[in-house]
Design a protein around this ligand. Sequence first.
Ligand code: HEC
Length: 185
Amino acid sequence: MKRVLRALVPASAALLVLLSANSTSVVAQEPAAEPGPLFAIGEDMWRASSGSCWQCHGNMGNGRPEMRDRPAGSDFRRTTLTVEQIAEVIRCGRPGTGMPFFGRNAYEGDNRCFGVTREELGNQAPAIGIPPMQARQIDALAQFIAYQFVGRGPATEEECLEFFGANASSCNRWPTRAELEAEGD
Ligand code: HEC
């Protein structure tokens, strides 16, 4: 019992830090000017649905889950996060939310996240993402998201077909560019 009580204090401190970090960056990011050096690796990972990001964030990264029983993930197109912050969320997850952590050995030993271990976060601890990823893979995914989705406007059927190829059946869920323009009128 003593152990549980001790664990709660650092957890709430960590969450306070998290919340204040979030509230300082409220401006939506512009699209990246050029892809980062690991972009192509991240692109392959996204195409292969590594880490099942689509399940919650949608195959076009707009926060519409592919699977009904999954929590709706954030819309990367409207994120306020920088590429480094995106990588941190992938590595550490987001405590107290449905965003799992993917960093191999994250929260352990010297690899603490937000200064705490998972145990210290108690019931706010994020779920373990599968598969665990190395730092390079996480950076690659973050660079891919930053260039492909951030600041790019709503997902369209054309964009989806361009990315996944003409046979992709899941693309007709997104509006066409013409439909979006008609909506805007
Ligand atoms: C089980 C569902 C789930 C899976 C799988 C998942 N996410 Fe998330 N993700 C979430 C949720 C829910 C949030 C929103 C958390 C919140 O409320 O702040 C989120 C938030 C994020 C954010 C923060 C964005 C922002 O603007 O604050 C990033 C970046 C992110 N996820 C990347 C990924 C990547 C990359 C993958 C795959 C490796 C992934 N997620 C897999 C559910 C998921």
